[in-house]
Design a protein around this ligand. Structure first.
Ligand code: CO8
Length: 261
């Protein structure tokens, strides 16, 4: 396989790829070289038919403590504008297969935004989320403001972004940012995330991909458009072999000529 310097890629289960951010000395600060590797590993998994879901994690101490402050500090407006700084960092949101973020420790700034780009967030009791950019004289640049506002609402998004306050795993759970806080213990959040990914990977890949696509549409379309989109995708799944196996509706079983997806 490919040798990476900033991440570790493994297969804890035959159908699950685990990507671990691996810059321990910098608390997994997100640099351009790290993001290049992260994109490569995740898009490779996305295109691999034997993979059903991915898990993204950091270390016990930090999921990621934000964008690399050392890389950013000397950049000028012209540098970041001309070179489209951060533009390829958001590509993870375009993956077709689900990505579960397993968060322990700090998920700050770009680290919090990276978790929000994933489809499901599981948090260890040690997880801490925040957008401290305001303390550096900037604002979130990786989608934080847009995704937080959609997920936790205006007042809470404003509070996080304007005060820079860090919230606990429990608070993030109460705010609906994470789907749940797992039990205590080293590695527990990764174990639970891999178990969830394995469960997802056991389902029809076409249906899982469709499920992800329609939920994401809820954040972009109006209700009427979203309901129509969902129904069309739902109808489309009646043309798959997985639906025939799933035996959703016996009436459709008599239909011949089912395309092989
Ligand atoms: N960048 C670079 N290095 C970092 C970063 C970072 N963001 N965070 C920590 N480090 C390094 C420290 O410099 C230190 O290195 P060294 O030992 O060489 O001095 C090492 O990691 C350990 O850090 P600390 O000694 O500070 O560890 P503590 O346990 O005392 O504190 C904290 C942990 C509270 C997390 C603290 O390190 C901290 O506040 N870090 C900065 C957090 C921050 O401000 N993050 C936001 C950055 S701005 C941003 O993310 C913009 C978003 C851009 C979009 C991204 C799209 C995905």
């Amino acid at each position: 396989g490919v040798q990476y310097e900033n991440i570790i890629v493994s297969r804890p289960e035959p159908n699950v790829v685990l990507v671990q951010l691996n810059r321990p000395k910098a608390l997994n600060a997100l640099s351009s070289p790290l993001f290049k590797e992260l994109n490569q590993a995740l898009f490779e998994a996305d295109q691999d038919d034997t993979v059903g879901a991915m898990v993204l994690t950091g270390s016990e101490k930090a999921f990621a403590a934000g964008a690399d402050i050392k890389e950013m500090k000397d950049k000028t407006f012209a540098d970041v504008y001309k070179n489209k700084f951060l533009e390829n960092w958001g590509e993870i949101a375009r993956l077709r297969k689900p990505v579960i973020a397993a968060v322990s420790g700090f998920a700050l700034g770009g680290g919090c935004e990276l978790a929000l780009m994933c489809d499901i967030i599981l948090a260890s009791p040690t997880a801490k989320f925040g957008q401290p950019e305001i303390n550096l004289g900037v604002i979130p640049g990786g989608g934080g403001s847009q995704r937080l506002a959609g997920i936790v609402g205006k007042s809470r998004a404003m509070e996080l972004i304007l005060t820079g306050r860090t919230i606990s795993a429990k608070e993030a759970e109460n705010w609906g940012m994470v789907s749940r806080v797992v039990g205590e213990g080293e590695g527990q959040v990764v174990k639970d995330a891999v178990a969830m990914a394995t469960e997802i990977a056991s389902k029809s890949q076409v249906a899982v991909q469709a499920g992800k696509e329609v939920v994401n549409a809820a954040y972009e379309l109006t209700l009427a458009e979203g309901l129509r989109f969902e129904r069309r995708i739902f109808h489309g799944l009646f043309a798959t072999n997985d639906q025939k196996e799933g035996n959703l509706c016996e009436i459709f079983q008599s239909q011949a000529g089912v395309p092989d997806f």
